[in-house]
Write a protein that binds this ligand. Structure first.
Ligand code: COA
Length: 262
């Protein structure tokens, strides 16, 4: 890895990378530097063949309590809020389009940019004490890192607008009912459960994982006909891979496959 990270911690074991946002005194609020580090971290992890899947979580009592309000308050004097939003959005989209699975283990507050970061992840798991919300209206703002777009696509427009327009928080059980998180666990097992799901994913063919993410993510914004054509294209590309030959042969030979990502 390159230069050290100031606000991120990385641990790699059993082909699973755990990325911890580590700014607990500010409830892991996302300033420009944290977002730039996330960009660099995910770019590096994407290229590391020894990493099969990624778990993203927060240090302390928050996942991420939002974009850094102190930075937002002064942004109009600097690059401006539109630039800030475009930068965060670009980084979160890079995460959403990564070539390997990202599981958000939401350990506490996931507010504003924190919820948006979880929304850009492929799977969301929550601790019982997690809290979710888009409080931007309380600041005279709207969500700026994809919240107005990814949340309604995930949970439907009515429920999304409830969160966007009230700025209020919901607890983990409600988030599960809304389909915002896949499942809720006691805080002390959350990371273990997330890592074990990541491990199950990382055992699959890396090319298949990358194509599956691309098909699901890009397909969600297309008409059904176009999305089905996109699926066929990815299916066909995998058909030319050594991993597909290995996976099907291993099944027929009743042995576990050895995928090489080729
Ligand atoms: N940006 C910058 N700093 C933040 C922050 C954010 N989004 N969220 C929390 N912090 C800071 C607080 O200012 C405080 O710093 P200080 O100790 O230097 O004063 C520290 O983190 C702890 O937060 P605090 O508010 O004291 O904790 P709490 O338990 O009383 O409340 C929250 C927790 C999450 C309800 C509250 O911090 C909050 O509402 N945060 C902002 C959420 C938000 O609006 N996010 C969207 C931003 S666009």
């Amino acid at each position: 890895m390159s230069a050290p990270y100031e606000f991120l911690k990385l641990e790699i074991a059993d082909r699973i990378a755990t990325v911890l946002i580590d700014r607990p005194d500010k409830l892991n609020a996302l300033n420009g530097k944290v977002i730039a580090e996330l960009d660099r971290m995910f770019t590096e992890l994407s290229a590391r063949t020894q990493v099969g899947a990624i778990v993203l979580s927060g240090a302390g009592r928050a996942f991420v309590a939002g974009a850094d309000i102190a930075e937002i308050a002064t942004a109009s004097e600097g690059p401006g809020l539109q630039d800030l939003s475009a930068f965060g959005s670009r980084v979160f989209t890079r995460i959403e389009r990564l070539n390997k699975p990202v599981i958000a283990a939401v350990n506490g507050f996931a507010l504003g940019g924190g919820l948006e970061l979880a929304l850009a992840s492929h799977v969301r798991l929550a601790s019982e004490s997690a809290k979710f919300g888009l409080p931007e209206v309380k600041l005279g703002l709207i969500p700026g890192y994809g919240g107005t777009q990814r949340l309604p696509r995930l949970i439907g427009r009515g429920r999304a607008l409830q969160l966007v327009l009230t700025g209020g928080m919901i607890d983990a059980a409600t988030a599960a009912t809304f389909g915002l998180v896949n499942a809720v666990y006691p805080a002390e097992v959350l990371l273990d459960v997330a890592r074990s799901m990541a491990k199950e994913m990382a055992q699959q063919g890396p090319l298949a994982l990358a194509h599956a993410i691309a098909a699901v993510t890009a397909g969600a914004d297309l008409s059904l006909d176009d999305a089905l054509a996109l699926e066929s294209k990815h299916f066909g590309e995998l058909g030319r891979s050594a991993d597909m030959r290995e996976g099907t042969r291993a099944f027929l030979e009743k042995r576990p496959p050895t995928f090489r990502g080729e």
